[in-house]
Write a protein that binds this ligand. Structure first.
Ligand code: GTR
Length: 427
């Protein structure tokens, strides 16, 4: 069916090309994505516990070496290598409101300055934490449309960095506006998070790296002008992930926080970034991928929904150039995404899907959790407790957690409630 649709479309496009009406290059993303389970190709996954030379991992010490091997492949072939941070970090306090939520919480604004090579990249952190608890565990996550979308009052300013246009979020001409204020509070239910005894730290992802292909001149890449780029250099996903570590550098100095209990979380492209951040930096004690899909938690070899070719062609700046080698050649990938999840072990990792979000391949995300589990078992921990996909709205939580909820692509309150339960279980 899928092949037939593709062939028909191909034929129609050829006719149009022939008639001179249509002259766009024909690319993989022009064809219908596969949403039929029966058309998923047969594949076998690379074994996380088998070294490239065929030796088996039998101890935790050997896993450490194998982990390095896997990490380096992801770095070279998928996300690209990020530089060591040798700059300075300065924190400017924008406001502290200890009477937030009728005195139950503190809300704080911090402007971090990443300084290097005479340049200054400002990042605004929006922080909420309960006043009723010491040594607070917290969630750290990038947001899509600016911190003002998480606030109803003007103390939280509208970002000035480049932003994607979105009428509902009040952004046009790649500028954010007051019209977006408060629009994302339901996706970041800070009152409920605080009531459960957790802190929340969020920042706008475009301040780290504006989400368009600019040849890596701006954002965090721009802090390293001397860098000569190659096919294994960092893309934007790695830039966002690397930025989360810089935020963590700062958070370690915040006295309300238990910095050993910071969960990093992200939705969609930012879920990919959260996973890569968790892989690069083990200070993230818990890692959460919300609907991260291709290049995130979903297995590439299934070629269901979004594929490697589609993502690379639609978003050429997200990954290392090397990732393009696997366009329509997923079977040649030396890794698959279950090994990314395995890089978190023994730390808890949670993967969440939406049943209607087929583009992100909910089943491929679940199978990834199952295939990462042998690494957790090596640590005597339960990875994914079940081997067949759980029913909709029935979370499963071992050291790997998973749910598929009703609905489509989005970070919803239901998702947050599971993340809070999972954090309660492990923190
Ligand atoms: C889509 C992309 C997905 C996902 C999503 C998002 O267009 O194909 O991989 O990242 O964007 O970030 O919202």
């Amino acid at each position: 069916m899928y092949q037939r649709i593709a062939l028909m479309r191909n034929f129609c496009i050829s006719l149009l090309v022939g008639s001179g009406i249509f002259f766009q290059p024909i690319q993989a993303q022009d064809f219908e994505p596969n949403y039929e389970e029966g058309l998923v190709p047969s594949y076998s996954l690379p074994d996380p516990l088998l070294f490239a030379n065929g030796d088996t991992v039998t101890s935790l010490e050997e896993w450490n070496s194998r982990r390095q091997e896997i990490f380096k492949i992801f770095e070279k072939e998928v996300y690209g290598k990020s530089p060591e941070w040798d700059g300075e970090l300065e924190a400017e306090v924008l406001f502290v409101n200890p009477d937030f939520m009728d005195g139950k919480a503190t809300r704080k604004g911090i402007r971090l300055h990443l300084k290097r090579n005479g340049q200054d990249l400002p990042l605004d952190l929006l922080i909420f934490y309960p006043n009723t608890r010491k040594s607070v565990p917290a969630f750290l996550g990038l947001n899509f449309y600016g911190n003002h979308t998480l606030a109803t009052d003007s103390q939280v300013v509208v970002p000035t960095a480049w932003i994607r246009n979105n009428e509902t979020m009040g952004s046009s001409d790649n500028k954010a506006s007051e019209a977006g204020r408060g629009k994302r509070i339901s996706n970041w239910p800070y009152e409920k998070i605080v009531a459960r005894g957790y802190g929340l730290v969020s920042l706008y992802y475009g301040e780290l790296d504006p989400d368009f292909d600019d040849g890596f001149q701006n954002g965090v890449h721009g802090l390293f002008p001397e860098e000569s780029r190659d096919a294994a250099s960092w893309g934007s996903v790695a830039g966002w992930a690397w930025g989360l570590s810089r935020v963590m550098d700062y958070l370690e100095t915040e006295s309300w926080l238990n910095s050993e209990k910071v969960a990093v979380l992200g939705h969609s492209r930012l879920g990919k970034a959260a996973l890569w951040a968790g892989a690069m930096d083990d200070r993230f004690a818990l890692v959460i991928s919300n609907n991260s899909g291709c290049g995130g938690a979903a297995l590439s070899r299934r070629q269901y929904g979004e594929t490697v070719a589609r993502i690379n062609r639609s978003f050429p700046h997200w990954f290392a150039e090397n990732f393009n080698q696997y366009n329509e050649r997923e079977m040649e990938l030396p890794i698959d995404q279950h090994q990314l999840l395995a890089l978190m072990a023994p730390r808890p990792v949670y993967v969440a899907s939406g049943v209607e979000d087929r583009w992100a391949d909910p089943k491929g995300e679940f199978l990834s959790c199952v295939a990462a589990s042998p690494v957790y078992r090596l640590f005597d921990l339960e990875g994914m407790p079940v081997s067949s996909p759980p029913a909709v709205n029935h979370p499963e939580m071992g050291h790997i957690g998973y749910h598929v909820r009703s609905g489509g692509h989005g970070l919803l309150e239901y998702d947050w409630m599971q993340y809070l339960d999972f954090a309660d279980l492990h923190f």
